[in-house]
Write a protein that binds this ligand. Structure first.
Ligand code: ADP
Length: 323
């Protein structure tokens, strides 16, 4: 078990024990107050002589006081108990969420460091190879293309991180203009096909799919979805991009024949820094920022990003921009 899970388990255990103690103390106070209440009634009655002509009235008053005290203990005790339980659940959930977020942030920092180092090392190695050895032009070209691919990855990563922090800080101002979604999708598909000549990327687009939006962000949205489809689906499987004008508005679908997303993860994957699977065993590269940004970009364009299962397997990410 990773250290943070162990610490979380210890803190959780301590928290629930403390809560149980508080509830048990409340119950104990209730029982002892009830006993005191009964004793007080008994003492009041003992002080009066049964021969007193008002004894019946005094006894009725003493019993009425006991009943009122009982109702007060029950009422106040229940409200206390409810407040404690609701407060405890609220604090528990908020703390747990905060804890998970800080863990995800740590994972994110590790992933970013790795993601930055890998392309830099590969690029350095490739440049050293080119400068030290006289290679034939085909091999030289291959190395140059590989290096360009790595710098593109580095560029995409930096753009994602910068945009996420600017969107978060409210520092990014959208520059919306009339654009054609089909054209931006075509540019992205060309760019990825150039980077990954071995992969099959299909584009099915209507002639004209108008949209009012920020071209930079829309490009980033398509690039992130396409990048994921290519990253998570097997290399020999095609990836498909569809762009069309639906009755609700412009639509963008990116589908793949990868492993798909389990139902219970379908909402979680849009959270910031969230990555499926175990941090220790995961082999795919990434930071957990891509889909969070995509969903934010879609919302900023009055759109909605969802994921559905593809057939026979894989996933379809759908963005519907409302008219
Ligand atoms: P990452 O940098 O990890 O790719 P994303 O926010 O883009 O971050 O995606 C979040 C998680 O959703 C990924 O870690 C991956 O587990 C899952 N995911 C995203 N796209 C796909 C896909 N096309 N097929 C399968 N899983 C996917």
């Amino acid at each position: 078990m990773p250290v943070f899970r162990k610490t979380l388990a210890v803190i959780t255990g301590f928290y629930w024990v403390l809560l149980l103690y508080i509830i048990a103390a409340l119950v104990w106070w209730f029982i002892s107050l009830e006993e005191q209440n009964k004793e007080m009634t008994g003492l009041r009655l003992q002080l009066e002589s049964p021969s007193n002509p008002h004894y019946a009235t005094l006894k009725a008053e003493a019993l009425e006081l006991q009943r009122r005290n009982h109702a007060q203990y029950i009422g106040e005790g229940t409200i206390f108990l409810l407040l404690i339980v609701v407060g405890a659940v609220f604090v528990y959930r908020a703390t747990r969420r905060q804890w998970q977020l800080s863990q995800q942030q740590q994972n994110f920092m590790m992933a970013v460091t790795h993601e930055l180092k890998t392309p830099i090392s590969i690029t350095k190695l490739n440049l050293e190879t080119l400068s030290k050895h006289r290679l034939d032009s085909a091999l030289q070209e291959k190395i140059i293309q590989k290096t360009l691919h790595e710098t593109d990855r580095l560029n995409d990563l930096c753009n994602n991180i910068l945009l996420a922090s600017r969107l978060e800080g409210g520092k990014y101002h959208l520059h919306k203009e009339a654009l054609l979604l089909n054209e931006i999708a075509m540019q992205s598909v060309h760019q990825f096909s150039g980077r990954l000549p071995d992969r099959k990327i299909m584009l099915e687009a209507d002639q004209i799919v108008p949209l009012t939006g920020d071209p930079l962000l829309i490009k980033m949205l398509i690039n992130n979805l396409l990048d994921n489809a290519l990253k998570y689906a097997p290399k020999d499987k095609p990836v498909e991009v569809k762009v069309f004008s639906g009755k609700d508005g412009a639509q963008l679908w990116v589908s793949d024949l990868g492993p798909g997303i389990p139902t219970e993860e379908k909402q979680l994957i849009f959270e910031k820094f969230y990555r499926m699977g175990d941090e220790q065993t995961r082999s795919s590269k990434g930071t957990g920022l891509g889909l969070y940004l995509c969903s934010k970009i879609a919302k900023d364009h009055h759109g909605n990003l969802t994921v559905a299962d593809n057939l026979p397997h894989g996933s379809v990410f759908k963005v519907v921009f409302k008219k």
